[in-house]
Design a protein around this ligand. Structure first.
Ligand code: M6R
Length: 620
């Protein structure tokens, strides 16, 4: 979590850093700070608790100048969200300032050691040790002999990072070298932006995309030294590494709010396009299959797969759960789905023909990344279904598929989910065709997929009526979401959306499980959202709705059929268009997202940046 940015160029650093921080705010937003090397040659720091606008106010009141600086937006892990704990952190002399994203697991030992040497710590953070260690190495006797401060600083950073256990993306300033920023990465993302007469370093490209599209992704165990017009990448051992410059294809218009009140609503409304982007160019009607070249699997490889393990977190996990139903149904390959955080520690059984699929919007989620590494270490072929191009998970997988949803800024994941499920459907068709699925079935689903964006648009066009329903339940305290079969993961996703942005206690269940315990909670105040699209199980769903109604619970049913029983039993019905059964999880997710969104707005919650959360969870 946390976002970092560094800038060196010809312009005033502060406004550029603030602008970059605002685009990184989704990574954490409980305090922020910047450090520049001012025209006087000294490091100047401004910090504030709360969001970036609060820091901006401080800088307006107490300006900082200088054409070089680093900045940070924090999601607290070690120490409360106080002014003191906000980054940047400095060593004893104030010569060195750092910003850090990640967690230093051995910070307590390092801190004790440094304290024994007489160093004074002022924060509760793990990050402060980095500043002290770099300063200590930089100023130590052996190094003092060197009259090249840059070489000394590079060595100090290299010596420091080799002592750190855990994860980090850091940027370092030293006032002896006012034209240089040093960055280093292990386990937390760090990307270099190469501008005209300017260089950037940041946790992700959002931070500087207005200035340059030329980027270099640093890999783990790499250090970079940047000046205004040059950069040098090295290993932690200081051996030069040559890196390719990549050109990113999206631009700033794609990350603005484009007139919507919130990023979340914008992203919900983008789904006709984002879903289309996930399938466009990937359907071969002639051969009645999907084209997913990035998987790098031959037909023989696909025939040999005897089990698929899907691992992910949060919304991405729910997309994987939907994938299980469709992959098993179409291809006959058994699929297991597991929380990445559990997968990594439970000694998962991986056989030579097990295929592991990791799903992640950001491609940086620490638990998913660790699960991926665990699977690879056990010899599995690991595929990644990611949104962020060039992200760590995307790069570390043996192959994969980008979902092409475009930047997702709202902390609550929406368009990434529907794009992930779209890709799961293509994957199921691709695998299933190699293993004997009929041309007709494959083409029927693919043709239906082409019409899905229109169906999504029609749900979006009816959003005012969903808003009216949502607003009736603004004072709800507890909610259940229930569904059967592939609607069960959508129920989990609906509950996750509602709880994370509105703070209503919401839980998802397979509808038949209600009678095994949860139904005990039903009373006149309790809301149940029933996911009941037409299916062979519709009568059973109606029976489950009846059980809630009999206990006087409030019921909102989302369905795609006009059914008198549903109307009679439900307090409200949200009617959506009928689509191919395989695509219903995608379409049903849209009213869930809108329902959660409008309740949260009516409760005056911070929809895009809900409390205690961050967009990219890069800590364990
Ligand atoms: O970037 P990822 O898809 O790996 O993120 C996984 C979860 O952290 C994420 O889906 C989270 O649950 C969202 N806040 C859900 O809206």
């Amino acid at each position: 979590m946390c976002g970092i940015i560094g800038y060196i160029g010809k312009n005033d650093a502060a406004p550029i850093l603030i602008e970059g921080l605002k685009r990184l705010e989704y990574r954490g937003y409980d305090s922020a700070g910047i450090a520049t090397i001012s025209d006087s040659g000294k490091i100047e720091i401004r910090k504030q608790t709360g969001k970036i606008v609060e820091l901006e106010k401080v800088i307006n009141q107490f300006p900082v100048n200088g054409n070089i600086g680093i900045a940070h937006t924090r999601w607290a892990t070690h120490g409360a969200a106080t002014l003191t704990n906000a980054h940047p952190h400095v060593g004893q002399t104030g010569k060195i300032a750092i910003v850090h994203n990640g967690i230093i697991e051995n910070y307590a030992t390092l801190k004790k050691h440094l304290e024994n040497e007489g160093r004074k710590f002022i924060t509760e953070t793990d990050s402060e040790v980095i500043a002290h260690l770099i300063e200590r190495h930089y100023l130590n006797d052996e190094n003092k002999d060197s009259n090249n401060p840059l070489a000394r600083l590079e060595k100090a950073v290299s010596d420091t990072v080799k002592m750190l256990e855990g994860t980090f993306g850091i940027a370092v300033l030293c006032d002896d070298i006012p034209d240089t920023i040093i960055g280093a990465r292990k386990g937390s993302p760090l990307v270099l932006g190469i501008g005209r007469d300017a260089m950037f370093i940041a946790s992700d490209i959002n931070a500087f995309v207005t200035y340059t599209k030329q980027v270099i992704y640093l890999d783990d165990n790499e250090i970079v030294t940047i000046n205004r017009d040059t950069y040098q990448t090295k290993t932690f051992e200081r051996a030069p590494v040559s890196k390719d410059i990549e050109e990113i294809s999206w631009d700033i218009d794609e990350i603005g709010r484009a007139g919507y009140d919130h990023f979340m609503l914008k992203e919900i409304c983008e789904q006709p396009d984002s879903v289309r982007n996930a399938f466009i160019g990937r359907m071969l009607h002639e051969q009645a299959t999907a084209k997913l070249g990035g998987l790098k699997l031959s037909n023989k490889d696909i025939l040999n797969i005897d089990r698929i393990l899907i691992t992910a977190c949060g919304t991405a996990l729910h997309a994987g759960m939907v994938g299980k139903y469709i992959i098993e149904q179409l291809s006959g390959i058994p699929v297991e789905v597991d929380f990445a955080s559990e997968f990594r520690y439970r000694n998962p059984i991986i056989r030579p023909n097990t295929l592991v699929l990791t799903i992640s919007q950001s491609g940086e989620t620490a638990d998913t990344l660790a699960a991926l590494r665990e699977a690879k270490q056990k010899g599995a072929t690991v595929m990644g279904i990611c949104n962020v191009v060039g992200s760590t998970i995307a790069r570390e997988c043996d192959g994969g598929v980008y979902v092409h949803a475009g930047p997702e800024i709202g902390v609550a994941s929406t368009k990434a989910f529907t794009s992930q499920v779209t890709v799961m459907i293509l994957l199921a068709i691709y695998f299933a065709r190699v293993r004997g699925l009929s041309r007709d079935t494959a083409n029927e689903i693919m043709k239906a997929l082409e019409k899905l964006p229109d169906a999504i648009q029609s749900v979006l066009d009816s959003r005012d009526s969903i808003k009216k329903v949502a607003e009736k339940y603004v004072d709800t305290q507890h909610a259940f979401f229930m569904g059967r079969n592939d609607q069960y993961p959508v129920a989990l996703e609906g509950a996750l959306k509602l709880k994370e942005i509105s703070y209503i206690d919401a839980n998802g269940y397979p509808a038949a499980e209600m009678k095994h315990g949860p139904i005990a909670l039903i009373d006149e105040q309790h809301l149940t959202v029933a996911l009941a699209p037409d299916s062979p199980l519709i009568e059973k769903m109606i029976a489950n709705i009846q059980e809630i109604q009999a206990r006087k619970g409030k019921i909102v049913t989302v369905t795609d059929i006009k059914n008198q029983m549903i109307e009679k039993l439900s307090d409200d019905v949200i009617l959506i268009p009928k689509v191919h059964p395989a695509l219903k999880p995608i379409l049903m997710a849209i009213p869930m997202q809108l329902f959660a969104y409008y309740i949260a707005v009516a409760r005056e919650c911070d929809v895009d940046q809900p409390r205690n959360l961050a967009k990219s969870v890069t800590v364990e």
